[in-house]
Design a protein around this ligand. Sequence first.
Ligand code: PRP
Length: 213
Amino acid sequence: MSDRLRIALTKGRLQDRSVEMFERFGLDCAPIRDPGRRLVHAIPNYPLDAVLAKAPDVITYVEHGVCDLGIVGRDTILEKGGAFYEVLDLGFGKCRFALAVKEGTDFYGTYRTRRVASKYPEVTRAFFARKGMDVDIIKIEGSVELAPILGLTDAIVDIVETGATLRANGLVPIETVAEVSARLIVNTASMKLHKAQITDFIARCEAGLEGQP
Ligand code: PRP
């Protein structure tokens, strides 16, 4: 059995923030900072290998136990679900899911079945199920803001960080669906098999978070 842990990092913004956290607790992240075309990176001064992956794949690798740990947004966790431990709210990558409509429209003021576009149909389904409200959900792959602008849907459920994208497209958030931030997740078997190592890693992450801006 390898004495090294393997962690899957979500590529992009969360990758940068994860590396900053690791460096605050003393990991040498030079291999991740200058990755070239490599996807697996050995941390020289800690028994940890990091792989870079798309958010849903981070969950897949952790669920299947080929990665012991993962860093992924709660947005992806809510959409994809899965069997793993969510052990730490890392506090960065903060944003929210919001229900948004074209400015001046009254989403709730009709009995007609409303249509809602989202890249996150499961999050959207669960939100309206909690309200006991029947809606038609249309899955859109990107730039979801277009759907109400083009008249395809009455609303969207999407990630809002600064709100600039909504404003630029004449949309307004009318309700928060869920708060989002990056989470540290752990494979359930790894948690038992590598308890001491994983506990040490979690404690270091917590310490690294204290210094975060
Ligand atoms: C997200 C989201 C919005 C935008 C919101 O897209 O889908 O379009 O960010 O951010 P804001 O509130 O700060 O304007 P992202 O940039 O992640 O790209 P994507 O469309 O590929 O998901």
